[in-house]
Ligand binder design. Structure first.
Ligand code: 5RP
Length: 292
């Protein structure tokens, strides 16, 4: 109890130095709790404010899709080049070394397969397991306008409530049913519903017309999916357009792991997302790295 017994080193309270009270760097995230902000800071780079997520969760309804036949062989070498890995708990536990320093976004719904109606899914992971796995966010698919719209929206809100209890953000993934029109009006509706119902960030598709109205009207960050495999330059152009029109990053799967040079593709994407590189220069980087 030296402090009580007598004077030690002089104390310095810096009473003339105001304690900083800075805003959190992510859109719409100021009022989130410390744990959520900390987890989001492990997904989004606090310097650029953006993220390059690698999505490898397709197997939960598609099985071993091309490029994901062997996550241990095909995907583990890519992990150092992504900011975050979006993955199911089965793939995480069986194939990703637990000493990874990468943040994990855990895919939590399940219950559907490519053979039947895809929107017929529900939460398939307990929040306790997400906590055990030390994940930085939980991803839930929302099928606005599809047969099971109601149940998937409410699955998302249940996840948001559980996430708020433990400080784990929810990423709402706007899934487009087979017959839905992919336009700005649809994505404004779907992303806004997800954000208003509490998702801390939203994943959607890029559309060439009016994407900036989707990002502007959504009060939380938006990341884009890659969708079907495109030629590399086209995928880089899509990423660049999305970033220039307000996206906070990409969450790409097939356009990375089905590329001829997935590591080079991830590095080219990083140049666009974090360094504002043009798609043409990023493609040059891709070609150079691919040919090394
Ligand atoms: C599927 C998903 C996938 O993670 C998403 O589609 C990203 O992968 P890709 O870039 O291959 O579209 O959310 O529901």
């Amino acid at each position: 109890m030296a402090d009580i017994d007598g004077p030690n080193a002089p104390k310095q309270f810096y009473s003339d130095v105001p304690q900083p009270s800075e805003k959190f760097f992510l859109k719409g995230s100021n009022s989130l709790d410390w744990g959520m902000q900390n987890r989001l800071s492990r997904i989004f780079n606090p310097v650029s404010g953006k993220t390059v997520m690698l999505a490898i969760d397709h197997g939960y309804f598609l099985g071993p899709t091309a490029g994901l036949e062997r996550i241990d062989v095909n995907i583990l070498p890519l992990i150092p080049y992504a900011d975050t890995l979006m993955i199911t708990r089965g793939a995480l536990r069986t194939m990703v070394p637990p000493d990874t320093q990468k943040s994990i976004v855990l895919r939590v719904p399940g219950g559907a397969s490519i053979l039947r109606e895809l929107s017929n899914e529900d939460l398939a992971v307990d929040i306790e397991d997400a906590i055990r796995l030390n994940v930085c966010a939980m991803a839930v698919q929302v099928y606005v306008g599809s047969e099971h719209e109601h149940q998937t929206i409410l699955s998302m809100t249940r996840m948001v409530d559980m996430g708020l209890r433990y400080g784990i953000p929810t990423l709402a993934v706007t899934a487009v049913g087979k017959d839905m029109v992919r336009d700005a009006k649809y994505f404004r509706l779907a992303t806004r519903i997800c954000a208003e119902l509490g998702a801390q960030y939203v994943k959607t598709y890029y559309i060439p017309e009016g994407f900036e109205t989707v990002t502007a009207s959504c009060p939380v960050p938006i990341v884009i999916a890659g969708g079907k495999k495109l030629p590399e330059l086209d995928a880089l152009k899509m990423a660049s357009n999305a970033i220039n029109e307000g996206a906070a990053g990409v969450d790409m799967g097939r356009n990375v792991f089905q590329s001829d040079a997935p590591i080079a593709m991830l590095q080219a994407l990083r140049a666009i997302v974090h360094d504002d590189e043009t798609p043409e220069k990023a493609f040059d980087l891709y070609t150079e790295l691919k040919n090394k």
